[in-house]
Write a protein that binds this ligand. Structure first.
Ligand SMILES: *Cc1c(COP(=O)(O)O)cnc(C)c1O
Length: 383
């Protein structure tokens, strides 16, 4: 059966095509143009901060965040093991060392408790990730960083619109980066946004983004920079997406709520678990996700069973699912410093992302939920 339900896809239902066409007709298709500044303004306003810096992708944003905060070769940065590889790579690009912490079994995020055991005398900063859109416990983590003299970066690639007691993710740390890759809550094709709280560091990041060229003196490069700019066409798409950001976020939240409703019997039977949203926390629900808690207690065996379940859902019901990320410390280039992080490894082997894009109807969610229930109760699916 061909796939009927993708895990995610961009929904360009607003002014995206109109604005992108306008950018092309104006011939401002490169990285100068009104949509770039407009998109930066819109995103900053949405988060409630000033001075957003658009970049060509979220990874570049994280890399610039590390550089702007002064990350040096040999420094250590503590981050969750259960995250997308870009979080770790952005630190490694600076010659620094990502040190991995475990996560909480309910929220799937790093906490002050799990990260503190990974801190050493070489630690200079913390990178918190809001996994699948659920905020990490930022007030506690920020307080910890403050008391230890550490800086704090938020990887907000998955958390546009998520908040804690009304305060948006991206506004808690010294810097933050968002991603607008095709499967994210809003998309510009490829794209990202960097936020830096300190104005001097922010200007330094802006300089780094544009080949380190002095803004007042053409072809004078006082520092080695990068070409990490976003195009005006991508920003035009972003302006259209931002006009509907609240729609896309509320869609993803609605979808998560309906999965929780339709799959509740499986939770009650102990077959699956959802990510737990603590009081006062508002997840962006980027991807609705479940953990198959009834699989083999051995992680390797569980991972194979999950593969079979995913294949079965795709082949029999046309439902695409995605496995959770491999833990960073289990990947070849980061396995040197491999501690055993049991909760992250448990979740990584059993987690599954479900179709979560804007416009998925109640009927669709019901059909997908039924397919999951049938599959999980039929042991032939995975034994
Ligand atoms: C998507 C993502 C990124 C990277 O974003 P790109 O725009 O693809 O470079 C970084 N961190 C996390 C957690 C992500 O999900």
């Amino acid at each position: 059966m061909s796939l009927k339900y993708a895990v995610s896809m961009p929904v360009l239902a607003g002014n995206e095509i109109r604005y992108a066409t306008e950018a092309m007709e104006s011939t401002w298709i490169s990285s100068t143009g009104k949509f770039v500044t407009e998109f930066e303004r819109k995103l900053s306003e949405f988060i409630g901060v000033s001075g957003g810096i658009s970049v060509c992708n979220g990874t570049a944003g994280l890399h610039l965040a590390c550089l702007a905060l002064g990350l040096k070769p040999g420094d250590e940065v503590v981050m969750p093991a259960l995250t997308y590889i870009a979080s770790a790579n952005s630190v490694a690009y600076c010659g620094a060392i990502p040190v991995f912490a475990d996560c909480d079994p309910q929220t799937w995020n790093m906490t002050k408790e799990t990260l503190s055991s990974a801190v050493t005398s070489r630690t200079v900063g913390i990178m918190a990730v809001h996994l699948y859109g659920l905020p990490s416990p930022m007030p506690e983590i920020a307080e910890f960083c403050h008391s230890r003299g550490l800086w704090l970066i938020e990887d907000c690639a998955e958390s546009l619109g998520a908040s804690i007691n009304g305060k948006m993710t991206g506004s808690f740390g010294d810097a933050a980066a968002f991603s607008f890759y095709g499967n994210k809550t809003i998309s510009t094709g490829e794209g990202g946004m960097l936020l830096v709280a300190d104005t001097a560091k922010r200007e330094y990041a802006r300089l780094l983004r544009g080949q380190g060229m002095d803004t007042a003196r053409r072809y004078w490069h006082p520092i080695m920079g990068y070409n990490y700019r976003m195009t005006n066409i991508a920003a035009a798409i972003g302006c259209g997406q931002m006009e509907m950001a609240n729609y896309h976020i509320s869609e993803r939240r609605r979808i998560a709520e309906r999965y929780a409703y339709h799959l509740r019997p499986l939770v009650e039977e102990g077959l699956i678990a959802f990510q737990k949203e603590p009081d006062g926390y508002r997840s962006s629900c980027w991807l609705s996700s479940i953990v198959l808690s009834h699989l083999n207690p051995e992680d390797v065996a569980a991972l194979e069973q999950r593969e079979k379940i995913m294949r079965h859902l795709a082949e029999k019901s046309g439902v695409e699912t995605r496995p959770f990320f491999h833990c960073c410390h289990c990947l070849p280039m980061y396995s040197e410093s491999a501690p055993h992080l049991p909760v992250s490894e448990y979740l990584s082997a059993r987690g599954m992302n479900l179709p979560s894009y804007s416009g998925l109807s109640e009927e669709d969610i019901k059909e997908i939920s039924t397919a999951i229930a049938i599959c999980l109760k039929d042991s032939k699916c995975f034994n």
